[in-house]
Design a protein around this ligand. Structure first.
Ligand SMILES: Cc1cc2nc3c(=O)[nH]c(=O)nc-3n(C[C@H](O)[C@H](O)[C@H](O)COP(=O)(O)OP(=O)(O)OC[C@H]3O[C@@H](n4cnc5c(N)ncnc54)[C@H](O)[C@@H]3O)c2cc1C
Length: 265
């Protein structure tokens, strides 16, 4: 994640804050980069490249957005009447520019069934949204010799931010599953990083085994690893089993994040 040059205010805000859309730009046919701004974004907080952003959307398109006004946002949210209660979803801060008070979030478009995807498709400058910074999980221990970063397009913001922040001497293998070549984006990869795009080839998101097939054939480097695996839950569980049970990587050297769950078919 890019963090602007201005100093972050020590008083970080840990309750939902109001922001608005500045720009909505298509990075690929299925990915929108939405730039947000807000008076308090300079106090958003930055814990790592997979910085979790809870987003708060109006309960229905065109409805007013009301935010739980408390650091104890979850009970406050539950206490709101249903017709005022915002929709909450989890996203990643792809770029935080403290000086400009800007926050970029990359939204995967997966149709209108999901309120967040539907919102991202139509979001226009001035549209309101609530955002809350809620920690990060990516944490390679100091003794890490090489990293394995695996995910689908929902983890692409976290993985690409992590890759771009690696020092030149770091060694990493990144595998990112996307629909097809048109879903790939530009990534600045340091010299020690191999980034491979894996295509689902017509299979729906969450319906391909391309990640596990690739991993099974992959020769892993010697040395002490750290792995970050995120994306559709079933894929993540399969990869977890492979890395820990079949490859013998210690559980505490791996982060697994089920970012979304494919509906049963
Ligand atoms: C820590 C964390 C960070 C995340 N970061 C990002 C991010 O930066 N960008 C991002 O796009 N997503 C990210 N996600 C995933 C995102 O939260 C989910 O995809 C979420 O379900 C989208 O909400 P929605 O309202 O669009 O759909 P929902 O209302 O949650 O789901 C509606 C339907 O859509 C399906 N669905 C949900 N997501 C997808 C998908 N990606 N592809 C296909 N079908 C889907 C569900 O199975 C369900 O049937 C992150 C999740 C976590 C936990």
């Amino acid at each position: 994640m890019t963090v602007g040059t201005a100093t972050v205010d020590a008083g970080l805000i840990k309750r939902p804050m109001l922001a608005e859309v500045v720009a909505n730009r298509a990075l690929t046919p299925h990915l929108r980069r939405i730039t947000l701004t807000g008076a308090e974004i300079d106090r958003f907080g930055h814990d790592g490249p997979d910085q979790l952003v809870r987003i708060f959307l109006a309960p229905a398109p065109g409805a007013e957005l009301h935010l739980p006004d408390s650091a104890q946002w979850w009970p406050a949210l539950q206490a709101m009447p249903a017709e005022r209660r915002p929709v909450v979803r989890n996203y990643t801060a792809r770029r935080l520019d403290v000086g400009r008070r800007e926050l970029d979030i990359d939204f995967v478009l997966h149709g209108d069934a999901g309120p967040a995807s539907a919102w991202a498709l139509r979001a226009a400058p001035g549209d309101p949204i609530g955002v809350l910074s809620d920690g990060a999980a990516y944490a390679p221990p100091a003794d890490t010799d090489w990293q394995l970063l695996v995910g689908d397009e929902t983890a692409m913001p976290a993985i690409t931010a992590a890759v771009e922040a690696l020092p030149p001497q770091a060694r990493a293998i990144a595998l990112i599953e996307v629909g097809s070549a048109e879903d790939e984006i530009e990534v600045r990869t340091p010299p020690g990083v191999t980034l491979t795009w894996l295509h689902r080839g017509g299979a729906p998101a969450g319906g391909s085994d391309v990640v596990i097939r690739t991993l099974r054939d992959l020769a892993l480097p010697a040395g002490t690893p750290y792995a970050f695996v995120a994306g559709e839950s079933a894929m993540v569980t399969t990869v977890r089993r492979h890395l820990c049970a079949e490859r013998g990587i210690a559980k505490e050297r791996v982060y697994f994040g089920g970012y979304w769950k494919r509906a049963a078919h």
